[in-house]
Design a protein around this ligand. Structure first.
Ligand SMILES: Cc1cc2nc3c(=O)[nH]c(=O)nc-3n(C[C@H](O)[C@H](O)[C@H](O)COP(=O)(O)O)c2cc1C
Length: 302
């Protein structure tokens, strides 16, 4: 019998697949659909204090091996989004509220609201590669990050996850400061900063010029980041980046992840991807005589 349940600190997951932030998670209806399709947890779209329109089109381009986006964090603001989270209170899978802000005060207000609305954990998005003031500027600065994480931890009782970027040189230092500040888990990775130029017009295709690359092409980058983080801290890690099949998820477990998030593959394989990935994990484990996910976590180090 193969058991694919897992845990992230105090959060119990019936299976290790979570919906990644920003994909099909703008309202309760689409999040419920992902739950019905087997997601073990849901991460909401990243939400700020005020409504934000995001960038002009084009904001998303499908490339040969991945997806390039510069959405610009469009969202209805925390008050309106709260109604969607409240509608999911009766659900039996954890709902993780993703939030972004520019400083500790903004993150604390947002985290407190998420807790009131009934979220089961908070994910701090400090790694968007294309949102000025809200993304990498925050996620690259260990002192600012420590202040944000410790302030949020002081003001909410929920587990706090921090989502980091692959676009930084000091990843080990960053995750160590996040651990010292009391975070409960690291989520790795957000998208990889990238761009596409149209040869005929000689202009960048995205209205924002640069964006974040996701999907199959970034899996080796995500696996490397998880592997490096696992050596730098003792926190649970949630792996994300290019996971499309059960074997992709297993690679992340072996690098040190305790659970995985799936984003772009919802476009490639449809919402059924959660059940398919879980079935593929179970089949692989059975064929390789593993019975529990914990036997796979960090196997690349043993
Ligand atoms: C269209 C789109 C929107 C995204 N929006 C967010 C967001 O609001 N917050 C966030 O933390 N990550 C966001 N991401 C990043 C994903 O959560 C994930 O980290 C990244 O896409 C890598 O995973 P994947 O290869 O499975 O898509 C977005 C990604 C895409 C493709």
């Amino acid at each position: 019998m193969v058991d694919i349940s897992t845990s992230i600190g105090p959060l119990q997951l019936k299976n290790p697949t979570m919906l990644a932030s920003g994909i099909m998670d703008e309202d309760a209806g689409s999040m419920q659909r992902m739950i019905d399709c087997g997601a073990g947890a849901i991460v909401t779209k990243s939400i700020g204090l005020k409504p934000r329109e995001g960038y002009a089109n084009p904001t998303v381009i499908e490339l040969d091996h991945g997806i390039l986006n510069a959405m610009g964090l469009p969202n209805p603001g925390i008050e309106l989004h709260g109604d969607e989270i409240k509608k999911l209170r009766a659900t039996n899978v954890p709902i993780i509220g993703s939030i972004y802000g520019a400083d500790a005060n903004e993150f604390v207000s947002l985290a407190q609201k998420m807790q009131q609305f009934g979220a089961n954990a908070i994910e701090l998005n400090v790694s968007c590669p294309h949102a000025k003031h809200y993304g990498l500027e925050v996620g690259c600065d260990p002192d600012l990050l420590q202040k944000i994480v410790s302030s949020v931890k002081q003001h909410v009782s929920l587990p706090v996850f921090v989502k980091v970027s692959p676009n930084i040189m000091n990843l080990a230092e960053i995750v160590q400061s996040i651990e010292e500040a009391g975070a409960d888990a690291i989520v790795a990775i957000n998208t990889v900063k990238a761009m596409k130029i149209n040869l005929e017009t000689a202009r960048p295709v995205l209205a924002n010029k640069t964006g974040g690359y996701s999907g199959k092409a970034i899996k080796p980058i995500g696996v490397r980041c998880v592997y490096d983080i696992a050596q730098a801290v003792d926190l649970p890690i949630i792996g994300v980046g290019g996971i499309t099949t059960g074997e992709d998820a297993i690679e992340y477990f072996m690098a040190g992840a305790s659970a995985v998030q799936i984003g772009s593959a919802v476009y490639y394989r449809g919402p059924e991807v959660f059940k398919s990935v879980c079935d593929e994990i179970k089949t692989w484990m059975k064929n390789h005589r593993y019975t529990k996910i914990t036997e796979l976590i960090g196997a690349a180090f043993r």
